[in-house]
Design a protein around this ligand. Structure first.
Ligand code: NAG
Ligand code: NAG
Ligand code: NAG
Ligand code: NAG
Ligand code: NAG
Length: 602
């Protein structure tokens, strides 16, 4: 019996008796359950090319595993994205939608009951030894780390706010011990030691292990103001000294959407001024700093793989590498940051290597962070939970039969946009990018962490990739809309959503008019914005339960025009900072039953 068959058998056993996996593992020596090593970086882009600068990750994970090149996050901000990942649920179902209370952060995670009900708890119950080091959530602090302690880990050593992003003064908190400052040591050196220590513990255990390593690189550096007389500073990330000199000539890729001559996007993004040379130089410096900071992560992965190899466990370990959200620098004239729905912000790297995973393969299937918890369940031989909003990623060809291909990604965001990075009046001086430490804000408010905060960055979107189409549709809380056809406009510069400016020749989508396509996309988004479990996985089935519609292409059939012409539209009554349902317009679409009558879906 090969491993995959064993896992399938195990899943069946679980469903049948809800047995403890440990006992099932022990009853079949050959079915030695796989270990899982999960590495999650912070703010690492895919679109800006960061993965081209980490040769060891490329060698161990990309060349020896599969690169999922259409992998997306569902909320482009650390804490909501991480809580979604650890629970397998969209942010509208976790209602952890921000980095701080009242709408997010560790206290909100606890308040929502997830500390007793998230991935490490489930895996531990299933017989795994679980370990974690690095950043878990925002607002997990030196004040609240013990009220309560994070559950679910056999060993943990968490970075704590306000020192989480302090590259030269990280503060960690191990198991139930008090916090310890690592002043003077680089954060990546610290986490490397801790990760290797937990790997040692994990290898000594008599159970399979699930080890997560969550470095902060390449997130911006934030010093909480002790040194600066109480003033918080936020700078480009700080590399290890041995990497400071690298990539001197590297610049942000000059794609068509880099600091474009014409404004793009909607809402506050459309009002951004074009960046002058000083700002562009600063952005290039910021970009290089991120690549340099990632070198430490590259070495960290190298040492973990080397230790696994030495222990003979490498071939029984799945290694999954990703980031919590993407990042933009200069695209659409944006200062460094995330929180947008553009490709740069929602696409992240996903590499998977392990038993049965094809080496050197590039996979096109659309996958999201909501799919990761179901994927870990599948690797561990556990049946999917009913409340999972995603579906297991087919990481091995053997799992292909269980695959539920989806074309959609539900992207959602509430509250403030965040712009990062400092610039000052160095005006063309050759030292630009090195001395810049002061932030000068023009049109934005200054937030508590030294970045600028942009209100009303609330939107819902659907990203759709199918045979012959590649679309992004969004509705903002001020009821502005975006529609990009990425098959002809991969940099999202031409908003096709009809505005007062009349276009003479309407573009078509899959041979249908723009308005028919928009009707379908809007109805799909209406389902997705409040979907739960199965309805998130098969949203077309909600709209057309009797018609076996699986894709936009199917739904575009003319015979369904009536159903889609009459749908309530996705809209907002006002912009709010959290998931306030009263602000969010219609919640239920019309649905076709047997193609004849339309009922309200409840
Ligand atoms: C890990 O924690 C679980 C749950 O508390 C426990 O059953 C298991 O024995 C622990 N593993 C080790 C190695 O201590
Ligand atoms: C480093 O962090 C500790 C808290 O862990 C804090 O007490 C100390 O003041 C910090 N040092 C600096 C230079 O900010
Ligand atoms: C470039 O723009 C920045 C930000 O608006 C401003 O602070 C700086 O003075 C400008 N530099 C020049 C040379 O105009
Ligand atoms: C944000 O939205 C609210 C409510 O919709 C509105 O009153 C306010 O003026 C908006 N603020 C900005 C800065 O656009
Ligand atoms: C989400 O949480 C906020 C803050 O606690 C609350 O006001 C809101 O009603 C919640 N939303 C939903 C849909 O439960």
């Amino acid at each position: 019996m090969n491993l995959i068959a064993a896992i399938a058998g195990l899943a069946a056993a679980q469903i049948a008796v809800g047995a403890n996996v440990q006992s099932v593992f022990q009853s079949d020596q050959r079915a030695s359950p796989p270990n899982i090593l999960f590495v999650i970086t912070d703010d690492q882009d895919l679109e800006l090319g960061s993965v081209s600068y980490t040769p060891r990750i490329a060698k161990h994970l990309r060349d020896q595993g599969t690169f999922f090149r259409n992998h997306f996050v569902t909320t482009s901000l650390c804490c909501p994205s991480r809580v979604s990942l650890w629970t397998g649920r969209q942010a509208h179902n976790t209602n952890v939608t921000d980095v701080n209370p009242p709408y997010g952060g560790y206290p909100k995670f606890v308040e929502r009951g997830f500390n007793e009900n998230f991935l490490p708890v489930w895996l531990q119950d299933a017989g795994y030894n679980t370990y974690y080091t690095g950043k878990l959530f925002n607002s997990h602090t030196i004040e609240n780390y013990h009220s309560p302690h994070v559950k679910g880990f056999n060993g943990s050593d968490f970075l704590l706010d306000p020192y989480t992003y302090s590259y030269r003064n990280s503060t960690y908190q191990r198991n139930h011990d008090p916090p310890v400052s690592h002043e003077g040591k680089h954060t990546t050196d610290v986490i490397t030691g801790k990760a290797l220590g937990f790997l040692e513990d994990a290898l000594e255990g008599d159970r399979p292990f699930f080890l997560t390593v969550a470095p902060v690189a390449p997130h911006s550096n934030i010093d909480p103001g002790v040194l600066q007389g109480g003033r918080v500073t936020m700078t480009a990330p700080i590399p290890l000294m041995r990497h400071e000199h690298l990539f001197e000539d590297v610049k942000v890729p000059r794609t068509d959407n880099f600091n474009p001559d014409n404004p793009s996007g909607v809402s506050w993004i459309r009002g951004l001024p074009q960046q002058n040379q000083t700002v562009v130089d600063y952005n290039d410096h910021f970009y290089r700093s991120r690549l340099r900071a990632l070198q430490g992560v590259d070495e960290l992965v190298d040492s973990l793989v080397a230790r696994l190899e030495e222990s003979d466990q490498l071939d029984n370990t799945y290694i999954i590498y990703t980031s919590d959200n993407g990042f933009h620098i200069g695209q659409h004239r944006l200062p460094p940051g995330k929180t947008c729905g553009f490709e740069e912000d929602i696409r992240v790297p996903l590499f998977v290597r392990g038993p049965g995973v094809p080496a050197g393969q590039v996979e096109d299937a659309v996958t999201t962070h909501i799919d990761l918890a179901p994927t870990f369940f599948q690797l561990a031989g556990l049946p999917a939970r009913q409340d999972f909003d995603g579906t297991a990623i087919p990481v091995t060809p053997d799992l292909d039969g269980t695959r539920h291909v989806h074309e959609h990604v539900t992207v959602e965001y509430w509250g403030r946009g965040v712009a990062e990075g400092f610039f000052s009046d160095v005006g063309g001086s050759p030292s630009v990018g090195i001395k810049i430490e002061q932030q000068r804000l023009t049109q934005f408010h200054t937030g508590p962490d030294g970045a600028s905060m942009i209100p009303n960055n609330t939107y819902k979107s659907v990203r759709l990739l199918g045979e012959g189409y590649n679309l992004y549709y969004s509705v903002w809380c001020n009821n502005e809309h975006e529609l990009y056809d990425l098959s002809t406009d991969s940099y999202q510069l031409h908003n096709l959503y009809p505005s007062n400016t009349r276009v003479t020749e309407e573009p078509q989508i899959l041979g249908r008019s723009l308005s028919q396509a928009i009707n379908r996309l809007d109805a799909l988004l209406l389902v997705l914005k409040s979907c739960q479990g199965a309805t998130c996985i098969d949203p077309w089935g909600v709209l057309q339960p009797a018609d076996s519609i699986r894709s936009l292409q199917d739904a575009l059939d003319e015979q369904y025009d009536g159903l889609y012409d009459n749908q309530p539209q996705v809209s907002f009554d006002w912009c709010d900072a959290g998931y306030i349902i009263e602000a969010e317009g219609p919640q239920t679409p019309l649905t076709s039953r047997h193609g004849i009558s339309w009922d309200v879906w409840v």
